[in-house]
Design a protein around this ligand. Structure first.
Ligand code: 13P
Length: 254
């Protein structure tokens, strides 16, 4: 069985001291993090990548970034290129997070360009997809997710998805305390796999699909036990060492 992915997206939160303390406490649980049943990844802000990379020496926890620019390099003040993330030892990058799509108005096409840049330097994109509450209420969940995925398929083709992870994060469940039901998560992952089947059954079956949105230690098992859900993308609960490690433990038992 493939390991469950337990990914902590710290967003724009924490100070240098807080993040150092968090990492030290998380890393003191070596046996949990080192279990073959889980793959743990943390996503600090760009400015803390170097520090966190150093804190992760001798730890099985992997490093990722929260965003990347859509250009290879150039005069783009304040932006970060995929090659720079590689330099900082990132192996993953979160792309198309709902906060990027909705707060920073990133279009499906822009997200697709970012996926392309990440793949060019062998960074694994964690491609986030998900619907607004209004979309769900109007029965548009699948159409929204299809459009989000289709833009990436058009840009990089189906086979590139072998190097991607998808995270289903319903926008209405992020930071709200609301979660999708396990049935809703199951149905969306099945829909995503159905779409990817056009690129081959093996591709669709092997794809890692995560759930994200108010995952906490006490509800993690309900998602990690859903058939076809291969892990969780955690916001708030990944900023507390105990709750993050507790979710890792749930991952080991699932
Ligand atoms: P919360 O776990 O805080 O709802 O955030 C989820 C998320 O956005 C992870 O990327």
């Amino acid at each position: 069985m493939k390991p469950k992915i337990i990914a902590g997206n710290w967003k724009m939160q924490g100070s240098l001291q807080e993040i150092t303390n968090l990492m030290r406490e998380v890393c003191s649980n070596f046996d949990v993090l080192n279990s073959p049943s889980v793959q743990v990844i943390v996503f600090p802000s760009f400015v803390y990548l170097h520090t966190v990379h150093q804190l992760l020496q001798n730890s099985p926890v992997l490093l990722g970034a929260q965003n990347v620019n859509e250009h290879v390099a150039g005069a783009y003040t304040g932006e970060v290129a995929a090659s720079m993330l590689k330099d900082m030892r990132c192996q993953f990058v979160i792309l198309g997070h709902s906060e990027r799509r909705h707060v920073y108005k990133e279009s499906n096409e822009l997200v697709a360009e970012k996926v392309q840049r990440a793949l060019e330097v062998q960074l694994t994109p964690i491609l986030c997809v998900g619907e607004l509450l209004e979309d769900r209420e109007k029965g548009r969940t699948e159409a929204v997710i299809q459009a989000q995925l289709q833009a990436v398929i058009d840009a990089v083709g189906y086979q590139a998805f072998q190097q991607c992870i998808i995270a289903y994060e319903p926008v209405w469940a992020i930071g709200t305390g609301l979660t999708a039901t396990p049935e809703q998560a199951e149905s969306v992952q099945a829909f995503i796999r159905k779409l990817l089947k056009q690129g081959g059954t093996e591709l669709a079956n092997k794809m890692s699909i995560l759930y994200g949105g108010s995952v906490k230690p006490d509800n993690a098992a309900s998602f990690l036990s859903v058939p076809g859900i291969d892990g969780v993308l955690i916001g708030g609960a990944s900023l507390k060492a105990q709750s993050f490690v507790d979710i890792c433990k749930v991952g080991i038992q699932s």
